[in-house]
Design a protein around this ligand. Structure first.
Ligand code: HEM
Length: 437
């Protein structure tokens, strides 16, 4: 490991100076200073911060890297203080306006979630880089004595009732910052790791910038813009912008992608964007009439199947989405019933052609012949093939071909893997034919 000669703390300060300046120069901060910011936008800022900080705290806790996990503990990011501010602001509102009209800007919420998703991806891919993210988030309250004062003046708040988090001169914020700097000073990082830390810091500044730009000046079209942030290629369709539902939708997408690395390998960043927007759309179906919800799920899953994603993937995603919604939101579990019913319908359609037991045995036989390294890279491929064949048998033309062609490309795979794939197709077709006799 080559040690980097310039301390990472020095590099962070120098190499983010420009983006710090651009960030603090955004209209949001000018409006805050000049007392022109709406209270909604200020509250939106705190809600976005909470989304981002929660993801970072979790990433640090879960990081399998002692240099990073040492940053956690002692409420290092003062989430409780932030929540206290949000509670005070909520409490201060007239009772009749609490239910409606004070929703933070959806586009800022979406952007905060995108940043939270980037943080979770870093926690998995390069946990040490979270030091750069932590640097920016701790640092964001260093101009805090000023930001907190501006907010207090603008909205007539006392510090302890809505502007405490941003009043970063308080001892705990300062102590957290000093601890982070000490750690950064003492840290031994490889050159590659240092580069990633810097990249993470710049990414965090840019993420912050994107969030506050969505808060002030205000976007004109609240309905379609958040969708374009999730996925620039999406058509015009509804998505949930409820902060907790959106978090559940994005996390369910990440769960599906972690379970099936096939998604990332085959569909890349465009696929990730569609997973975000489709998942956020699926949540809205929970509120649709049951038949309409089912018709929509069937339409999308059929389309995806012809593109190499058998309907079983949608079935599994819906189950995961349901779990995430139940865990994340305060709504009664029954609110999401449509999603479970749609998953159950997909399951019935699949098992009419290939049973669960058959899928398991085809999958096991496939793993045994494809070998450990392929199986680690693409778990559950045998089941995927069987599910594609079941879709084809159910009338989705091209479902098998789309999966088979990708997994039998000589450019990608060895001839023994290709043999295993072909054998799994034959075994699945045999199971289907046996049932149709
Ligand atoms: C109008 C808005 C802002 C003002 C006036 C401002 C001002 C300042 C000031 C005066 C410091 C030095 C504090 C000290 O050393 O005690 C500082 C540091 C810092 N600020 Fe800001 N800031 C603003 C917004 C932000 C935002 C939004 C972020 C992050 C997204 C941020 C990130 C940082 C970082 C990382 C440092 C530490 C720099 C270092 O010493 O390495 N700031 N800021």
């Amino acid at each position: 490991m080559t040690l980097n000669p310039t301390p990472v703390r020095t590099r962070l300060k120098e190499e983010t100076r420009g983006v710090h300046r651009r960030t603090e120069d955004l209209p949001f901060f000018h409006a805050l200073r000049e007392g022109r910011l709406s209270l909604d936008a200020y509250r939106g800022y705190l809600v976005a911060l909470r989304i981002i900080l929660r993801s970072l705290t979790e990433g640090i806790q879960d990081a399998h890297d002692p240099r990073v996990s040492a940053l956690g503990g002692e409420d290092g990011f003062r989430l409780n203080t932030l929540q206290g501010d949000l509670d005070s602001l909520e409490h201060a509102r007239p009772r009749e306006s609490r239910e409606a009209g004070w929703h933070p800007h959806p586009r800022a919420i979406v952007r905060a979630h995108l940043m939270a998703q980037q943080i979770r991806a870093r926690a998995r891919r390069s946990p040490a880089s979270l030091l750069g993210t932590a640097y920016v988030l701790h640092g964001s309250v260093m101009g805090g004595p000023t930001l907190g004062k501006w907010a207090a003046d603008a909205f007539g708040l006392r510090r302890a009732s809505g502007a405490e988090y941003l009043s970063g001169e308080r001892e705990r914020a300062r102590a957290g910052w000093e601890r982070l700097l000490e750690r950064l000073h003492a840290m031994e990082l490889s050159e590659d790791e240092t580069e990633e830390v810097i990249r993470a810091a710049v990414e965090a500044f840019e993420g912050f910038g994107a969030v506050v730009q969505a808060l002030h000046p205000e976007p004109e079209d609240l309905r379609t813009l958040p969708l374009q942030d999730l996925n620039p290629s999406a058509g015009d369709h509804p998505i949930t912008v409820d902060p907790l539902e959106l978090e559940a939708a994005l996390r369910a997408g990440e769960d599906s992608w972690n379970r099936f690395p096939y998604y990332a390998e085959r569909y890349g960043s465009r696929g990730a964007a569609f997973t975000r927007s489709d998942s956020a759309w699926l949540v809205t179906l929970a509120r649709a009439p049951q038949e309409a919800a089912l018709a929509n799920v069937l339409w999308l899953s059929r389309l995806l199947s012809t593109r190499g994603m058998p309907r079983w993937l949608m079935e599994e995603h819906l189950l995961r989405l349901h779990e995430r919604l139940v865990d994340t939101t305060p709504a009664p579990a029954g609110s999401w019933r449509n999603l479970l019913l749609a998953a159950e319908t997909l399951r019935e359609m699949r098992t009419a052609h290939v049973t669960d037991d058959e899928m398991v045995s085809i999958s096991e036989a496939f793993d045994a012949s494809a070998g450990a390294s392929f199986t680690r890279r693409f778990p559950e491929t045998g089941a995927l093939i069987a599910a594609a064949v079941a879709d084809e048998a159910d009338g989705i033309q091209g479902a098998t071909r789309s999966v088979r062609d990708w997994f039998t490309s000589r450019r990608r795979f060895t001839s023994s893997t290709i043999q295993a794939v072909k054998a799994a197709v034959v075994a699945s077709e045999t199971a289907v034919q046996a049932r149709s006799r």
